[in-house]
Design a protein around this ligand. Structure first.
Ligand SMILES: *Cc1c(COP(=O)(O)O)cnc(C)c1O
Length: 412
């Protein structure tokens, strides 16, 4: 038996499950954010495969809409964008010993440094590469995660300035990150801003003249104009999702969710009353009913914590996950309604077609919408559509959508 070449094998079927990614909505979100932040530049954060939306097409769309920076967590994510042809400014901030510093330097990626260990490694890599590294120094102004503590900041900024004078690095940015920007009025916001200004002053005294100063994430970009400085780093808002329901709905900020998660029913069947449904029998049919099988499960990012609570639009009505979400599938009880195998189930989307939103799933699962979109798995096809909402304004978004080939060259 001769083996079938891998490229000849079918990949995951879009009919089983597909995340429809609306690139026109993404571009409109970037434009709305740019208008909101006035003179500041916009960094589209495309870490973790653009929050599950697909890094390369989303990065390209964000650039088209005027994002002058891209941000990633890992260097590998940034290098993949370079390999895909992106030539603009890019920052990656989550480094571990060993790099790949040199590859990033040679790819003209700005690298973030939070401590002396990283500065030492980047200086060595820049020497080996024979060209200066673009370095952004990160201060911990109160988040207590990555970033340099205030006590160590004078040493780090002085060493960075010395490396700059020696020609091995150029300090292009001084930056930080908020802990509670999604909780308006939280006292840590003002405290972090004060600490950030002090960190900037210390850097200045050391002789550094960073090109970009930045601290704002999506919630700060949306609600705290005093935090915008030269650049805002927006992630979740680019994908049209509100950072927190407490600060507003996406539409309050002119944003529209980019991802719609759809599936086609794999089975529809009548079942008698008293029938246990899915593992553990945590749901039992209250009477004779119709059960529909949705072929997506927790391995696809449907949270198991939404067992018995997650909302799904089937046949024009919200249904609730009946019993446990399994690895690959879950069941909804259609009650007295009927449906046909192959009918569409919409787990979440923008919400204006009657479907739930990622925020609804977040509430059902006791988490945040960031986690809902980011965890959609590899078996779920990403289908790119690019319709102009302003011109068509149709309700039937699926029918009007024009699929865009992932690898297709698009301009303007
Ligand atoms: C993820 C991330 C962001 C983007 O956060 P959002 O709330 O999604 O806008 C910005 N900066 C850093 C350092 C991050 O890790």
């Amino acid at each position: 038996m001769s083996p079938v070449p891998a490229e000849a094998l079918p990949t995951s079927s879009p009919r089983r499950g597909r995340a429809v990614i609306d690139l026109a909505a993404l571009r409109a979100n970037v434009r709305a954010l740019r208008a909101r932040v006035g003179g500041a530049q916009l960094m589209a954060v495309v870490k973790s495969d653009a929050y599950g939306h697909g890094a390369i097409p989303c990065a390209r769309a964000a650039r088209e809409a005027g994002a002058t920076w891209l941000g990633t967590a890992t260097p590998e994510e940034a290098l993949a964008l370079r390999a895909a042809g992106d030539t603009g400014r890019m920052l990656c901030w989550l480094w571990t010993p060993g790099g790949p510093w040199r590859e990033a330097i040679e790819a003209d990626i700005d690298v973030s440094v939070s401590g002396m260990w990283a500065l030492d490694e980047v200086v060595a890599a820049a020497r080996a590469a024979g060209r200066p590294a673009r370095v952004q120094l990160k201060a911990d102004t109160g988040l207590g995660r990555n970033g340099c503590q205030p006590d160590d900041w004078p040493e780090l900024t002085a060493a960075a300035r010395a490396a700059e004078l020696a020609g091995t690095i150029a300090v292009t940015g001084v930056w930080s990150h908020f802990a509670c920007a999604d909780e308006p009025g939280h006292p840590s916001i003002a405290a972090q801003l004060t600490a950030y200004r002090e960190a900037l002053a210390t850097a200045e005294r050391a002789g550094l003249r960073p090109e970009v100063r930045h601290i704002a994430n999506s919630p700060a970009a949306l609600t705290l104009p005093e935090t915008h400085f030269d650049l805002v780093r927006t992630g979740i808002a680019v994908y049209g999702v509100s950072p927190a329901p407490e600060i507003g709905q996406p539409s309050d900020f002119g944003l529209r969710p980019v991802m719609t998660l759809r599936a086609n029913l794999a089975l529809v069947k009548r079942a008698p009353g008293g029938h246990g449904v899915s593992y553990g029998h945590h749901y039992v049919t209250p009477g004779e009913t119709t059960l529909a099988l949705v072929p997506l499960g927790y391995a696809d990012g449907v949270p198991r914590h939404a067992s018995g609570t997650g909302p799904v639009l089937v046949g024009g009505k919200w249904r609730t996950v009946a019993g446990r979400v399994a690895m690959d599938q879950f069941v909804v009880d259609l009650g007295g309604d009927s449906a046909a195998v192959g009918d569409e189930a919409v787990l979440f989307g923008p919400g204006d077609g009657g479907e739930p939103t990622a925020e609804d799933w977040a509430r059902a699962a006791g988490t945040i919408a960031y986690e809902i979109v980011t965890r959609i798995g590899k078996r779920v096809s990403r289908v790119y559509v690019d319709e102009d909402h302003g011109v068509h304004g149709t309700d039937d978004r699926g029918a009007a959508a024009r699929p865009v080939d992932d690898g297709e060259e698009r301009r303007g």
